[in-house]
Design a protein around this ligand. Structure first.
Ligand code: ADP
Ligand code: MG
Length: 290
């Protein structure tokens, strides 16, 4: 390869809003056969809003909102902002021993009671039964929204629906990737119903839900073992291992620092069009070299 054309490519990339951090990334991007996308904050805006709150008999909506808000005030997850927006202006209880459970939710001790907020997997891991609000949960998930449960002292207290709109240009950007001959996959820690709704909205070829960070990395590795050249795009801490494993990792610029450090390219525009731009530019650059 002539370093000169690669340097020109890197410069053009910068003009298109892509920061190439790894010199050979632009060369590798021309051979990609599959791209793996994270859902939350990558395909979606990552600016979620609480749309529904339900509580079980023994708890009030107020208690659900303030308890959830107290826990989320310690979290940096995009979902936390949505919950905090709902709890704005309310007095929040004190949280001891806060813990984030990656890909599942958050936990802490409030008024001497173990309190959990997160997905079905988090509840299952702590033996919290969710059936009392299962009808509400099915309704929320069916609308493509994220279902978040709250438990207090081992008992289900409430369920919340959180909606995170798909980015306006995600569908068009994925169409462009298809035109470039790439397969487009989605991996998410979210539940299968929400994943299915988003996947069909934007035209994803294949997807996996309830995926933990280590599993995202393994999925990328399995695709590579099948002979695929894999590009990965994500924004979160949970995407970092997969971004590092991929042949070309492309982080959303507005995402977590860990994701950006693990990736080869940073997409400054927070749009999936950056992916197609990178691949097109890469193919053009390599044509000049070969
Ligand atoms: P994604 O892969 O779509 O970016 P994550 O792996 O970050 O999603 O999170 C997976 C799931 O874990 C979320 O859909 C949510 O159900 C739960 N979760 C994670 N962090 C939190 C949090 N701070 N508050 C509530 N739920 C959370
Ligand atoms: Mg994400």
């Amino acid at each position: 390869a002539t370093p000169m054309s690669v340097m020109v490519g890197v410069g053009k990339a910068a003009e298109l809003g892509m920061l190439v951090r790894q010199g050979d990334a632009l060369q590798k991007a021309s051979d990609l056969t599959t791209v793996v996308l994270d859902k939350t904050g990558t395909i979606t805006e990552g600016k979620p809003r609480v749309t529904a709150i339900y509580c079980t008999g023994a708890f009030s909506k107020h208690q659900v909102v303030t308890t959830a808000g107290a826990l989320e005030s310690h979290s940096e997850h995009p979902l936390a902002e949505a919950v905090l927006e709902k709890a704005k202006g309310l007095e929040l209880p004190y949280v001891r021993d806060f813990q984030a459970e990656t890909g599942r939710g958050v936990a802490g001790c409030i008024n001497n009671q173990q309190t959990l907020l997160g997905n079905e997997a988090l509840m299952a891991a702590h033996d919290v039964k969710t059936h009392e609000l299962s009808e509400q949960a099915v309704e929320i998930a069916g609308q493509g929204q994220t279902v978040i449960y709250l438990s207090i002292g081992g008992e289900l207290a409430g369920v919340m629906g959180i909606s995170d709109p798909v980015r306006a240009d995600s569908k068009a950007a994925i169409e462009r990737l298809h035109q470039l001959g790439l397969k487009v996959m989605m991996l998410t820690g979210d539940n299968p119903e929400t994943a299915a709704a988003v996947a069909s909205q934007v035209g994803i070829d294949d997807w996996r839900a309830q995926v933990l960070p280590a599993d995202k990395e393994r999925y990328v590795r399995e695709l590579q073992e099948q002979g695929e050249k894999v590009g990965m795009t994500g924004d979160g801490i949970n995407d970092a291992p997969a971004l590092a494993r991929a042949d070309v990792g492309m982080a959303i610029g507005a995402g977590a620092d860990v994701a950006i450090e693990a990736a080869d390219i940073t997409l400054m525009r927070s749009s999936l069009h950056g992916l197609s731009d990178a691949i097109e530019l890469s193919r053009a650059t390599m044509k000049n070299i070969r």
